[in-house]
Design a protein. Structure first.
Length: 255
């Protein structure tokens, strides 16, 4: 009986292998859209995770470097990678204090990172500092569309989790859930933001553009594709859509 209820409880969740495959499809689609803008030479991935984007950049002839607070802790290949990156060029650290000299990199790339940092402004200033004067900066962030997908996905697939966690929290150890999370999920940027409503407001392309253009000249804005959350059963298939995308990429140069 216990196994039966656990099977129902965990039904929406995918295996690590399935999650990795879904995330890889999304990252490959995004990469295909921005790859033509990468300058050959020194490439820095800010928030590199397991190093998948470093691997992709290495394949096109870049000398790759990465920095992350938790290397190997997230991203494509975090549990079992089938790609090789130079581990010696990955540094543990934060985007607000990059341990590199000024004017070092031909391309500075950061994808799905700024929404998690403590200070967006300081992170952008550091990216500006370490990029060469004639270099390229590529910044990928989630959109408000992704926030709506998150809300709908959570309502469909995790509502029963949150009801169980709320009602039986004195008796089971499933992590703290506040009652309001049954209806309004936590922010993708938690704990910096509280709820998904904040994401819908702050992840708009217009708001991201306003923050980024304070530091850089934006030369292209790319919306590569629409995709569901990788951890759950897929509500729809990934599709290229330049009008309605789960992420937006800003191709920038120094001002």
């Amino acid at each position: 009986m216990k196994q039966f209820f656990l099977k129902i409880y965990n039904y929406p969740l995918l295996t690590p292998e399935q999650t990795n495959a879904n995330q890889k499809r999304a990252r490959d689609c995004e990469w295909d859209a921005i790859e033509p803008y990468i300058q050959k030479g020194a490439f820095l991935d800010v928030g590199c995770g397991a190093g998948y984007s470093m691997y992709k950049a290495q394949q096109i002839g870049c000398e790759v470097f990465g920095i992350d607070p938790d290397p190997q802790g997230h991203g494509v290949g975090r549990r079992n990678s089938d790609f090789i990156v130079p581990i010696g060029t990955i540094t543990q650290g934060f985007s607000e204090q990059l341990p590199y000299n000024d004017n070092t990199f031909n391309t500075v790339y950061t994808s799905h990172v700024l929404e998690h940092v403590t200070s967006i402004e300081q992170s952008l200033q550091e990216i500006k500092r370490v990029c060469k004067n004639d270099g390229i900066i590529i910044i990928g962030v989630p959109t408000a569309t992704m926030a709506w997908i998150n809300w709908f996905t959570q309502l469909m697939f995790t509502t029963h989790h949150k009801i169980v966690n709320t009602l039986f929290s004195p008796f089971i150890n499933t992590g703290k859930t506040f009652w309001w999370e049954i209806f309004i999920p936590r922010s993708h940027s938690f704990p910096h933001k509280k709820t998904v409503i904040s994401d819908i407001i702050h992840y708009s392309t217009k708001k991201w553009k306003s923050r980024i253009e304070k530091q850089f000249e934006i030369i292209h804005i790319i919306k590569p594709c629409l995709y569901p959350y990788p951890e759950y059963r897929q509500l729809f298939s990934l599709r290229k859509n330049k009008y309605c995308s789960s992420s937006v990429f800003f191709i920038c140069k120094q001002t």
